[in-house]
Each structure stands twice: as C-alpha cells, then as structure tokens.
Design a protein around this ligand. Sequence first.
Ligand code: SAH
Ligand code: DHB
Ligand code: MG
Length: 227
Amino acid sequence: MSSQDQSQRWNTVDAYLAERLIGADAELDSALAANAAAGLPAIDVSPPQGKLLHLLARSIGARRILEVGALGGYSTIWLARALPEGGRLVTLELEQKHADVAAANLARAGLTERVDIRVGPALDTLPKLAAEAAGPFDLAFIDADKPNNANYFAWALKLARPGSLIIVDNVVRDGAIVDPAKAEDPGAIGARALFDAIAAEPRVTATAVQTVGSKGWDGFAIALVNG
Ligand code: SAH
Ligand code: DHB
Ligand code: MG
C-alpha cells in the first residue's frame, strides 16, 4: 500500500470514528469553518483527539486548565467544555489574529466567560501567570512552537500540583524524532529535548503514544505529576 493510500485510510477511519462518536457539532464545525475563512492553518487537533483531551480533563475533574497555543480555539473548546461550573481555562497565543478568531469561536460556543486568552509569546506570559498565582492548573495542554516544548513543560510543572496532567501534542511528527535525516529539524530537536527533560524529571510519571488519523502520523506525550 502506498503511503498516500495509507493516509487516505487513516482519514476514512477518523471520519468513521468521528461520525459514530462525535457527530455534527454546530459550535466545533463552525469554529473550523471560521478558521478556514480567516486563513488559519488547519493544524488543530483532530475531532477524536479533541475529544480525548476533553475526556482526560473530565476524568481528572479538572477545574483549571492551561493551554499553550490556541490557534482558532478548536482544542480550547473541547477542553473548556470539560470544565464544571466555575472552572477556568487560560490559553496563551502569540498571534493577535489567531486570538481574535479564537475569541469569536469561543463566544459562539458560549464559553467566553470560562476562557481567558492571553496574547503574546507564551514564555513572557507564563512567568506572569506564576506571579499572579493563577495556578495550580489541573491540566496543561502544550501545543505551540515545538522548539520550546521543554521550556513549556518546565513551566507547566511549575504551575501544576500533584495529580495534574501535562499533555504535549506533536511529539512524533512522522517519526522525525528518530530520523537521522531530520536531526537538524527544529521540531524534532524540540521533541527530543522534551523527552530528555521528562526522562530526567523524577516528579512525573510519563508515557507517549503514537497516533495516526486525519492529522497524519504524530503523537502525544502525557505526564502525571506525582504525589
Ligand atoms: N491547540 C490548537 C492548535 C495550536 S497551533 C488546536 O489544536 O486547535 C499552534 C499555535 O501556537 C499557533 O496559533 C501559533 O500562533 C501559536 N504559537 C506559536 N508560537 C507561540 C508562542 N511563542 N507563544 C504562544 N503561542 C505560540
Ligand atoms: C504544526 C503544529 C501543530 O500544533 C500541529 O498539531 C501540527 C502541525 C505545525 O506547526 O506544522
Ligand atoms: Mg498540535
């Protein structure tokens, strides 16, 4: 089977799973349409991945969620919907344009009150969150510029509590992390730096799982902050 046939099958299976387990969802569907209309890149998590984030947040009863990298707020909607009454999500986004699209998508989803979008480089905002005592966050989802993944992981840990989950997107990138030909790729270097940091960090218990689907071959790292 050619790799094109294979990724077509991944797409078809993802569409089937989404049809059976998610279905039409006016708010999520219109967020993706608004992102496309605004010219945002289609690099949001897939629907089944978004629902995985939602289920993880709900299973730990997350009341405070930190997201690094909002784009148009697709993953933000999935995560914010997991919050109970009074729960809050803070999402950090570099680009004002992305933040504006995300704000409109969140408003349509009725989530404006639960979500705080902070515009600017996340490494500038994270120390401010620490100074404001905005944490501890029960769950952090890291999905921004990949070269900073180890830095974001360090901040997420600083802003966590025992029992918090830290989830990092795009840690496999078509296998680039172990491909000698991609040794200079900034995303691959960022992912390896993240795994080095996790491997050296006794305060977490972590795994990573590879994923295939409509977003290609990639993976999530998931770290639980130990008690
Ligand atoms: N989590 C989103 C996708 C995020 S795409 C979803 O699944 O729906 C990555 C986002 O990170 C982009 O919007 C990009 O502008 C943002 N980003 C890149 N560098 C950043 C930085 N230094 N600080 C904050 N956000 C950044
Ligand atoms: C890219 C970023 C992402 O967060 C993602 O899920 C896929 C691709 C990118 O920058 O190419
Ligand atoms: Mg991503």
